[in-house]
Write a protein that binds this ligand. Structure first.
Ligand SMILES: *Cc1c(COP(=O)(O)O)cnc(C)c1O
Length: 392
């Protein structure tokens, strides 16, 4: 055997591995407990080994794991009913990941115009700093040098505009535009929220030109911001939305939600997936939806957000050499740093604290949405110690 890594080395992995988890804690083989403020990058919305999710998964595992989308799948139907009932959408397609959801969103938008007699409307306007996944289509959409270099030729039909530049969007959008695609809060881009009035203006520009609005809520959706979906704050609705990460609570699942109008080109045979909407994934996700879409649960997310925010503001004030500001909504918070956020992530490991770095010099805090007040106190205490270790 060669000594080349048997797992393709596309990640710079930390030398830590976890054997099990309990709520907001990830535990190594030797019993060391790490407080998890990354939640698998906004995935474990109800923490690790949540009893209600374990029950939903194991009950389904004893019945049937996989059938094909050639048949009716009641678990999938039920989850689609829940998502439609709690959103703008009329219809849902299930995928296995956010990337696949992005692929379908792009296809659906182009198909919509083709179906309406305008096959020339293919251009999708996106924003710099965006992240929509790692497929050839998704990297072309985001367009950053790091993601696209060496992977060309890229899929044509995307144009990146400066993040949040509404004037540039207003100039670029026309009756030829297919769609505008963006994250209401950029995640990988550094927890950068778009102001509500800008999202409303983008909606207006789309309406005016007939372009579709595609929102990528893969990271900011599923209760992460204290609303089920982040766009609800702006009081607008998209035509198409991608969801993934938190939707399965840790079980791989993604979805594209759409209005009947936006989905009008997607007739039988135009798209498919072997695993998408698999009974195991949908049984778990329906339980996630039941818990997370509840108004009392979301009110708690907002209350905890205020608590964490306040403590983070104090941390920033105490370490002006390390931190610049706190940003984000709900439990999708970022600490804009004056040092490399990777150094803070590493200093966090030494305090048994898991955080995630992002672009724009930002440290991401994405705890399970059911993190307790005591765990928030503990997390900030550990972050304070990590900060002190770098101050010295
Ligand atoms: C993670 C992410 C994706 C890609 O999802 P995968 O499940 O990794 O394919 C797409 N968009 C956003 C905003 C994300 O955060």
């Amino acid at each position: 055997m060669s000594d080349f890594p048997h797992v393709l080395p596309t990640y710079n992995r930390a030398p830590i591995s976890f054997e099990r988890g309990e709520g907001s804690w990830a535990i190594t083989q030797d019993g060391t407990r790490y407080l998890d403020l990354g939640a698998g990058i906004a995935v474990n919305v109800l923490g690790h080994a949540n009893p209600a999710l374990v029950e939903a998964l194991t009950a389904q595992a004893g019945r049937i794991w996989h059938v094909s989308n050639l048949y009716q799948i009641p678990e999938q139907q039920r989850l689609a009913d829940l998502l439609v009932g709690h959103s703008f959408a009329d219809t849902v397609f299930f995928t296995n990941s956010g990337t696949e959801a992005a692929e379908l969103a792009i296809k659906m938008a182009r198909k919509y115009h083709d179906h309406a007699g305008h096959p020339e409307r293919i251009e999708i306007l996106t924003f710099e700093g965006a992240f929509h996944g790692r497929s050839t289509g998704a990297i072309a959409a985001a367009g950053s040098e790091k993601m696209v270099k060496g992977f060309g030729p890229l899929m044509p039909g995307f144009r990146q505009l400066p993040w949040g530049d509404i004037a540039a969007l207003s100039d670029a959008i026309s009756g030829e535009t297919c769609a505008v695609m963006l994250e209401p809060i950029q995640g990988e881009g550094g927890i950068r929220p778009l102001p509500d009035e800008d999202l409303r203006e983008i909606r207006r520009l789309c309406d005016e030109t007939g372009a579709l609005l595609i929102l990528d809520e893969v990271q900011c959706g599923m209760g992460r911001t204290g609303r089920l979906f982040a766009h609800e704050y702006a009081g607008i609705t998209p035509d198409i939305m991608m969801v993934a990460k938190g939707i399965g609570g840790g079980f791989p699942l993604g979805a594209v939600l759409a209005t009947q109008n936006a989905a009008s080109g997607m007739t039988a045979g135009t798209h498919g997936s072997t695993y998408g909407g698999n009974p195991l994934a949908c049984a778990v996700s329906a339980k996630v939806m039941e818990i997370v879409a509840d108004e009392t649960f979301l009110a708690e997310v907002n209350r905890k957000s205020a608590l964490l925010n306040q403590k983070l503001e104090a941390l920033v004030a105490a370490h002006p050499d390390l931190f610049e500001s706190v940003r984000g909504h709900g439990l999708m918070l970022g600490l804009k740093c004056r040092i490399s956020p990777a150094d803070l992530v590493t200093a966090g490991y030494a305090q048994q604290l898991l955080t995630v770095a992002a672009a724009d010099n930002t440290l991401r805090l994405l705890p399970p949405l059911n993190i307790s007040d005591e765990e928030i106190d503990e997390a900030v205490a550990r972050l304070e110690k990590a900060a002190q270790s770098l101050d010295a």
